[in-house]
Design a protein around this ligand. Structure first.
Ligand code: AQP
Length: 321
């Protein structure tokens, strides 16, 4: 069993990415699990090259700092050659209708004056990510189910048309983790690309910045610390974050404070302590460019070694070698 999980450098890693995904990846990983920073996927909408390069580096450092094994971590574009080749082969295995049917393409493309072709074809690149590494399980949220289904379809079709080259992957539901909401707008989820919001806590934020963001968190006028996700989402979000940091339940977390002011301080303390070692280690790595480059090159080499046999087989059976 090989599970493949990725994070897209569309912004700085935020608390939701960390508590909902990265921390679990590190804690629950099996030896064959693979992780990658999907910088190619960050190009489907307008992007700035310098920023993309810096964010990719930063996310890579944060994943390492969080405890992901360097052997199992790579940057997607470090395999651009292999992926680009397989992407083309898979585009020639996929119909236009199948790509255009993707709900995420319709949603993200809606209302845009000019839609990048990559937004249409990125699920095929995602299939290439999965198939090239031989991943058999892809832990994804419901918004990505359809993309993994496409990867399954393409693997099966390719194998039936040309010969058995690819493992057929399946989507698996990640173990439930708290869905962290934006502190300034608890109606929406915390998102790394929403960097204008004062309610997005970033993993590399300094402690005083984190505390300020929690002090300003939107709650309600009741000042009664009770867990009611539907009726009082702001307070519930704070309790869920506190519970995630302390490995307890949001109901148990209500014991930590009797006023909202106390609750905000308690959550800020817990988050600052939770993120401290990750921030410190990530900063060290980011300051040591040579070491970070070395680890990245190592991960790329391992990923390429895993990819080559499948890629060569795909080239051979399709008549390209
Ligand atoms: N708010 C969240 N709470 C819990 N988990 C979250 N994840 C994202 N936001 C939250 C999980 O983080 C992992 C990596 O995310 P991604 O880079 O694949 O893209 P995303 O889910 O679209 O993350 P963002 O932060 O919301 O990015 P943008 O702003 O670019 O859309 C995933 O496992 C995701 O579930």
């Amino acid at each position: 069993m090989t599970r493949l999980s990725g994070i897209t450098p569309s912004g700085h890693v935020q608390l939701g990415n960390y508590l909902g995904a990265v921390r679990r990846w590190a804690a629950e990983r099996e030896p064959a699990d693979l992780f990658f920073v999907s910088d190619l996927h960050a190009m489907t909408t307008s992007h700035r090259p310098q920023r993309l390069r810096a964010l990719t580096r930063e996310q890579f450092a944060v994943l390492l700092a969080a405890g992901i094994d360097p052997d199992s971590l790579f940057v997607q574009s470090d395999l651009a050659g292999e992926l680009g080749t397989l992407n083309w082969i898979l585009e020639c295995t996929c119909s236009y209708g199948e790509a255009a049917r993707m709900i995420q393409f319709k949603e993200r493309g809606a209302g845009q004056e000019s839609v990048r072709l990559g937004l249409l074809t990125y699920p095929v690149l995602m299939a290439a990510d999965i198939l090239l590494q031989g991943a058999t399980q892809v832990p994804v949220g419901s918004d990505q189910d359809q993309h993994v289904e496409l990867a399954r379809t393409l693997a099966r079709r390719f194998n039936a048309n040309y010969g058995d080259v690819f493992a057929v992957p399946e989507a698996v539901v990640p173990k439930t983790a708290a869905r962290i909401r934006d502190l300034a707008d608890p109606a929406r989820k915390m998102e790394k690309s929403n960097q204008q919001s004062p309610g997005v806590v970033f993993v590399l934020d300094e402690p005083d910045v984190i505390r300020r963001k929690f002090r300003r968190a939107v709650t309600d006028g009741l000042d009664e610390v009770r867990y009611d996700p539907d009726g009082r989402p702001g307070v519930a979000n704070l309790l869920e974050i506190l519970a995630a940091c302390n490995d307890t339940s949001p109901y148990a977390a209500t014991e930590s404070a009797s006023t909202y002011a106390e609750l905000k301080e308690a959550v800020a303390d817990a988050v600052i302590e939770e993120l401290r070692p990750v921030r410190e280690r990530a900063r060290e790595l980011l300051e040591d460019a040579a070491e970070l480059d070395r680890i990245r090159a190592h991960g790329a080499k391992r990923a390429s070694e895993r990819a080559q046999p499948r890629l060569q087989a795909a080239l051979r059976v399709t008549g390209l070698r």
